[in-house]
Design a protein around this ligand. Structure first.
Ligand code: PLP
Length: 378
């Protein structure tokens, strides 16, 4: 199998699975239990929290485990609106956010909030000026992702945070950094966002565990789940100890020679651009300078779902930028307002440290064959 869909999820290395297995079978204590098995697990959870906080560049006390990135996104949106309920009922976000943010904003709309959805330029970019221009005195929350999951664009979060301090210092800033964590260089401090979302399964960790960074400008954050005292009483529920162990191990492994890994992924992306651009009717959509692991292209005129199915039959896993929603372009691709033939043919290749040039060659050959043997239908 050739796996070129690392933005969807990533394989779990043996060392991560082993760390989880130990927690499931031997160190299975509940961190709230008061005998040594439980106390040891409490100690370990806090040590794993420090590992992940270290990778993110924040204090461990600012990091709260959640069941996934989606949960952390939802929490950030509702907690920011709660803190700023007396500031106003306006949210600024972009039309290209993950649905975990968009749907949370739509839910706030149903509660009476007004949401500004910023449109990207045709290359997927969103500027800090554009975001700041949309901010008003009654803006409670700005939510802009760090790296777009379909295009790879990196958005200027630090510039937005700086501009916000001048324009509306009460407005809170959230960034969904699920595709940016350990893929592009940043720290929670350097970005200056008040909330930041990460998820383990994009970096070689297990599915079902994420985390939300909550900065010091957020006073008495609104709890997500009421119940026990876990996560400082903000997100009750017995800690997912094996998942947390896997998350920390994955972060630790990624951090080893991280710069080499990022360079490797960027080289693979550049090689893919070179190989794919030689295919007739293939248009590269990802703008240069994006995250190293995502490449969006269109085989103009060929429906993306057919491409994904055809390559899937040959053991090559890529994803469709369109057709995720019954043949319609995804909301991200639709927001680019590309001609129908282009948007209908969008596919995403995404890479990990394990991806090789031979994987790209095999994918390029399969795409060339698809182009030569299948009828364009768009
Ligand atoms: N945000 C972005 C940008 C993503 O790419 C994803 C996953 O695809 C999520 C949020 C959701 O993360 P999770 O799958 O952990 O809920």
């Amino acid at each position: 199998m050739i796996y070129l869909d690392h933005a969807a999820t990533t394989p779990v290395p043996r060392a991560v699975a082993d760390a989880m297995y130990e927690v499931l079978t031997e160190q299975f204590g509940n961190p709230s239990s008061q005998y040594p098995l439980g106390l040891e697990m409490k100690r370990r959870v806090e040590s794993w929290r420090r590992t992940i906080a270290g990778a993110l560049g924040c204090d461990a006390r600012q990091l709260f485990f959640t069941s996934c990135g989606t949960e952390a996104d939802n929490w950030a949106v509702t907690a920011a609106c709660w803190q700023n309920r007396h500031v106003g009922r306006h949210i600024v976000t972009t039309a290209v956010e993950h649905s975990a943010v968009l749907e949370a904003c739509r839910w706030m709309e149903r509660q009476g909030y007004e949401v500004t959805y910023l449109a990207p330029a045709q290359d997927g970019s969103i500027t800090a000026e554009q975001v700041l221009d949309a901010v008003r005195p009654d803006t409670a929350l700005i939510s802009v992702m760090l790296v777009n999951n379909e295009l790879g664009n990196v958005y200027p979060i630090a510039d937005i945070a700086r501009g916000l301090a001048a324009k509306n210092p009460k407005a809170l800033l959230h960034t969904d950094a699920v595709q940016g964590f350990l893929k592009v260089p940043f720290t929670a401090r350097s970005l200056g966002a008040d909330f930041l979302t990460i998820s383990a399964h994009k970096i070689g960790g297990p599915k079902g565990i994420g985390a939300l960074y909550i900065g010091q400008r957020v006073k008495n954050p609104k709890p997500l789940l009421a119940g026990g005292e876990q996560e400082s009483g903000l997100r009750a529920g017995t800690e997912a100890t094996a998942q947390i162990a896997g998350f920390a191990k994955a972060a630790e492994l990624r951090l080893e020679n991280l710069e080499d890994k990022l360079r490797h992924m960027a080289r693979i992306r550049d090689y893919a651009v070179e190989r794919l651009a030689a295919i007739p009717d293939l248009k590269v959509l990802s703008a240069p300078g994006g995250a190293p692991h995502v490449l969006s292209v269109s085989l103009v005129g060929w429906p993306s779902q057919n491409i994904v199915n055809d390559l899937g039959q040959q053991g090559i896993c890529i994803s469709a930028g369109s057709a995720c929603h019954q043949g319609k372009p995804s909301h991200v691709i639709a927001a680019l307002k590309l001609p129908k033939k282009v948007s209908g043919g969008v596919i995403r290749l995404s890479f990990g440290p394990e991806t090789t040039a031979a994987d790209i060659d095999a994918c390029a050959e399969a795409l060339q064959r698809h182009h030569d043997t299948r009828m364009p239908m768009l």
